[in-house]
Design a protein around this ligand. Structure first.
Ligand SMILES: [Fe+2]
Length: 245
């Protein structure tokens, strides 16, 4: 998983992933993943860019112009500045809270625009979008690429292999509910929606309405089988609005 080895893998029609280096987050090693979508315009949409490498950039250049550098939530922004430096014409998109978070860490990123509750006009023809509101701790922007029927999540569901984690982390990961093949919303994020589960429910209902065939996660195994059921499990058995009993 060395960065030099990061390479694009096709996931479906006009969509690719690249798995990047493992990063240290509060001393816990997290595998990282970028999702790349080529819009009908030909422009590339980079969701949660991983560490820059010349090899990866060359692969992207062969696909089209790198246009959108997207931070999907307040803790996924680390490499956007590096990509922006190499692609000065690209637009840096801020998620809710990311400007303050990056600034508080001394990371200077010139975010150009803010992601909203609706898809930006730049990609509304290709990608649906929503912001999952209701948590004081974690606000994430979720995307659905229609052509490949791919839902792109970041941290809302994690599905990591115990064997990829150091031994001391495994009990924590199990407790947090983030181990494959049954990885879920991390417990701390789930708790942060307490009192606002209706908002999470509404967001889940929209995701299910999109009828995704595949769910990309930033950390861990992609969900490819029984997606509606896995999505409901991922959201900890929450009954989506309109389907509740
Ligand atoms: Fe993450």
């Amino acid at each position: 998983m060395a960065n030099e080895a990061a390479t694009l893998t096709p996931l479906g029609a006009e969509i690719w992933i690249a798995d990047g280096p493992v990063i240290d987050f509060y001393r816990i090693p997290f595998p990282t993943r970028m999702t790349v979508i080529r819009l009908a315009s030909g422009d590339l949409f980079l969701h949660s860019p991983i560490a820059f490498s010349a090899g990866l950039a060359a692969e992207l250049d062969a696909l089209g112009p790198v246009r959108h550098l997207v931070s999907p939530n307040w803790i996924h922004y680390a490499y956007i500045g590096d990509w922006a430096a190499r692609y000065p014409d690209a637009i840096c998109w801020a998620s809710p809270g990311v400007r303050d978070r990056a600034a508080s860490r001394g990371v200077e990123i010139a975010f150009d625009r803010d992601l909203g509750d609706d898809a930006a006009g730049d990609w509304a023809g290709d990608i649906d979008q929503l912001i999952v509101h209701g948590s004081k701790a974690h606000t994430e922007v979720v995307f659905f690429h229609r052509k490949s029927r791919t839902l792109v999540l970041t941290d809302l569901i994690e599905n990591m292999h115990a064997g990829d984690l150091p031994r001391w982390v495994r009990p924590l990961a199990r407790l947090g509910g983030i181990l494959a093949p049954n990885g879920k919303m991390p417990l701390d994020i789930w708790m942060s929606f307490a009192g606002n589960r209706d908002k999470l429910r509404a967001a889940l209902a929209r995701m299910l309405d999109w009828q995704p065939d595949i769910v990309v996660l930033a950390h861990g195994d992609i969900l490819r089988e029984n997606v509606p059921q896995r999505l409901r499990e991922g959201f900890r058995g929450l009954s989506p609005t309109g389907h509740s009993h």
